[in-house]
Design a protein around this ligand. Sequence first.
Ligand SMILES: Cc1ncc(COP(=O)(O)O)c(C=O)c1O
Length: 432
Amino acid sequence: MKNFFNLTDNELLIEYQKLLENYNEYKSLNLNLNMSRGKPCSEQLDLSTGLLNVLSTKEDCINKDGIDCRNYGINDGLPEMKEFISELTGIDKENFIVGGNSSLSMMFDTISYFITHGSSGSIPWGKGGKIKFLCPSPGYDRHFAISEFFGMEMIEIPMKKDGPDMDLIEKHVSEDSSVKGIWCVPKYSNPQGITYSDEVVKRFAKLKPAAKDFKIIWDNAYFVHDLTDEETPLLNIIDECKKYGNEELPIVFYSTSKITFPGAGVAFMACLGQNLKDFKKMYSIKTVGFDKLNQLRHIKFLKNKATLLNYMKKHREILNIKFKIVIDCLNKEFKDNPILRWNNPKGGYFVSVDTDLKCAKRVVELCKELGVVLTGAGATYPYKKDRNDTNIRLAPTFLSENELKTAIKLFCLCVKLAFIEKRIKNQNKKEV
Ligand SMILES: Cc1ncc(COP(=O)(O)O)c(C=O)c1O
């Protein structure tokens, strides 16, 4: 394998011509390979087909307490669903609201509520001037989209190996009362697969915000989504916050979207004190009740923590093959040619890569022309602006194994082409 950093300009040009020929051959194939979103593949969805059959009679629709789940009522979720999520997360069942099909929509509701109604008697965020939100980056594009939708100013917080840069967070949070919150994906983060260390979680719990109504949006979307047999531990943010009298700081979210059916799963939120009272009230006004039949279906199908974890192993068997295809290919192509860096995640849904020479946009563009669709370069940053034009999120889960092999091979080809183009461009600039 040639190390591009050791090649002369002339050697690089020869390499470029070869790669370009290869590229043009693939162009004529009219491929359509989508690696842009973290969606389960159909074999994963097949694992949950049984979910569709667990309710077939009237009797099946009655819960353990005799509630007829075909009807209105039980606004904050079935008790057995609260027990299930409590067993999984170690958070008291009384602190949960079981929602509808999407945790993201509960996050949207949460932000929207603070904007219109505020928290614990503080002025609503929407009435107190500019709101700033901290955005660990690279991060989840849809979090940033919510902040943007509500006109917040987003502040980028760099990610470190064990979570976001806490020095910077502490500084912003303690000095600026217009900083109202932070987006966190604390376990197997989207896209880097980073799990926050104990120290990071404890520092979150000890924050001393200048804003009395500061909130930590703790989106634990990948809480049981391990890719190895060893679970990566994450401290319970609610317990930690309680130790420092900060119990109203965190609002945590989970869902079964990537356990059963995305878009047709069950979402959960947990919080304490006034937050819990406020959101229970808000949901009692927003809906006459979420889909209890879906909650019942899920509990009958997933049963308990032991069966759920066993079931996640089946997902893991499918996903491991996909992640291995990607990591093996990246190793083969770039181990001795370090023009790309990547993470090797122990869980979650993504491989995050960083290009050299600021050419992520060009890589995505070259891939697109071949029919390989990637998440837009920059999408993992606030305002879709990656100042260094470096990061690309790869989502290996949805494609079939063969499709993925082709897609990742072509991705590597495009990384090489984009790197040489940029090297030559930079060289020309120097000469001018
Ligand atoms: C970090 C994160 N949070 C939330 C979601 C969406 O969750 P839900 O389907 O429960 O709305 C995703 C989906 O990709 C995600 O990656």
